[in-house]
Design a protein around this ligand. Structure first.
Ligand SMILES: Cc1ncc(COP(=O)(O)O)c(C=O)c1O
Length: 450
């Protein structure tokens, strides 16, 4: 079925445009330094943008709109390797053919944004395919959101309505749930909510103890039981990232999660899994599938790599009319690309023990182990999510390293504190040659700054 306007001429023009855009974008294919004459221009624009935002940009990075695979060009003419995928968004890499196609197809339609009063078949198709992809679970519904944080807010509202008057939430230390008024309370790091009231009763418990994995389950169950003994039957849900992003990727075992979830179920507490960062990056489309936890999940949130966000929930969690709403679902181009990404990922060689997500992470861990320098250490990772520490793992030295790494051509991001780690949210477009080059730059950067 064709949507939007269509004719032979349009089809032909779109095909020509697609090829022309793709061929141009493909020219951005390696790291390169800035051009002297463009440096000043980018610097000025960044200064102005920082002034308008009222805060400095994370990096001196303003994109030119040109990029391909792991590479992104800046307005100063430099090209960087984007190993943080713009905070996990570019799992497929820059200017992926599916991105270009989705944009062009969206241009043949009559509006920009799908909404609750403007349903398009694309939005239906995505919901249908996503629900099919979680067929082993009890998840039956999907609600679009404009950000990961809003998807989590939708989850929380459904949970509260279902569980009223129980309100309390169990979360874990180092959790990150987003920036809305509710999610800043679920987020563990209080530096992200300075001066904000604690509006929600969220109890942060120690997570899976990497240093004592044998006792981890017992320890967490003990704290859960202590909490329950103190607070009583007042909890609505337990929220969890199965692989914690802000912690620099910490995850437990199936047995660990099973024990926690069994405990929660035995108390009638709902399970809300935040997959906003993990979605599509593990051995399965969802991390809860990788850990074999399908039977437990009541609400799951997604975002980032799909270019759209939203909340999946069971039939029992379906809220009463009026609770959830909103003008927008997402832009038509985003929904179109979400459909294409989902299809591409599920049909391609990406999942399973030998799939691209698993092997890409393993390749990085292997390379970290082969590094000659001892200044880069403690690497760990799962799927297309990898992290490591540098030098004394202090926030200060890690920041210095990241800044120089950026100057040397690689974009990464930090995670957590004590220790501060460095995070890669890897694009699957990386070739062995790119990876080789990345490790040369990592080693060089370590020698320069540490
Ligand atoms: C685990 C997790 N939850 C929620 C969010 C919030 O998503 P967004 O930034 O799209 O609001 C993020 C974003 O980094 C995240 O990693």
């Amino acid at each position: 079925m064709k949507f939007g306007v269509s004719s032979e001429q349009i089809e032909e023009s779109l095909n020509q445009l697609f090829s022309a855009i793709f061929l141009e974008q493909r020219k951005i294919d390696q790291i390169r330094p800035a051009q002297e004459e463009k440096k000043e221009l980018m610097h000025k624009l960044i200064q102005e943008y920082a002034e308008l935002k009222g805060t400095a940009l994370i990096y001196d990075y303003m994109a030119s709109g040109r990029g391909h695979g792991p590479f992104t060009e800046l307005l100063d003419g430099s090209v960087k390797m984007n190993l943080i995928g713009s905070m996990g968004v570019n799992l497929l890499g820059h200017s992926h053919p599916l991105y270009i196609k989705a944009h062009l197809e969206a241009a043949t339609s009559d509006t920009f944004t799908c909404g609750n009063l403007l349903s398009y078949p694309d939005a239906l198709e995505f919901s249908r395919n996503l629900i099919r992809a979680v067929s082993g679970s009890r998840l039956k519904h999907f609600w679009y959101a404009c950000s990961g944080s809003m998807a989590n807010d939708t989850a929380l509202k459904m949970i509260w309505q279902k569980m009223a008057p129980k309100r309390k939430i169990i979360a874990f230390e180092r959790a990150f749930a987003g920036r809305t008024i509710a999610q800043q309370n679920v987020t563990h790091n209080k530096a992200y909510s300075e001066g904000m009231p604690e509006l929600i009763d969220v109890f942060h418990l120690p997570y899976f103890d990497l240093n004592d994995p044998a006792q981890a389950t017992e320890k967490t169950l003990k704290t859960l039981n202590e909490l329950y003994a103190k607070e009583g039957d007042t909890f609505a849900a337990l929220t969890i990232e199965l692989i914690q992003g802000e912690a620099g990727f910490i995850w437990g075992t199936r047995e660990y999660y099973k024990a926690i979830f069994d405990w929660a179920k035995s108390k009638g507490i709902l399970i809300w899994v935040d997959e906003i960062q993990t979605f599509a990056r593990t051995e399965n489309l969802f991390a809860f599938q990788m850990f074999g936890l399908e039977e437990y999940v009541d609400v799951v949130t997604i975002g980032k790599a799909l270019q759209i966000c939203g909340t999946l929930y069971t039939h029992e969690m379906n809220p009463k009319p009026g609770l959830i709403g909103g003008t927008f679902n997402a832009s038509l181009a985003s929904i179109k690309v979400a459909n294409k990404i989902l299809h591409f990922l599920l049909e391609g060689p990406f999942y399973g023990k030998e799939g691209r997500m698993a092997t890409l992470g393993q390749e990085f861990i292997k390379r970290f182990a082969q590094l000659k320098t001892k200044k880069i250490h403690t690497a760990r990772g799962i799927g297309a999510m990898v992290s490591f520490e540098v030098g004394d793992s202090s926030a200060e030295n890690t920041k210095k390293f990241l800044k120089r790494l950026f100057e040397n051509g690689i974009i990464a991001y930090s995670a957590g504190k004590n220790p501060t780690r460095i995070r890669f949210l890897l694009p699957i477009a990386l070739t062995p040659e790119h990876i080789e080059n990345a490790f040369v730059i990592l080693e060089k950067t370590a020698e320069e700054v540490l």
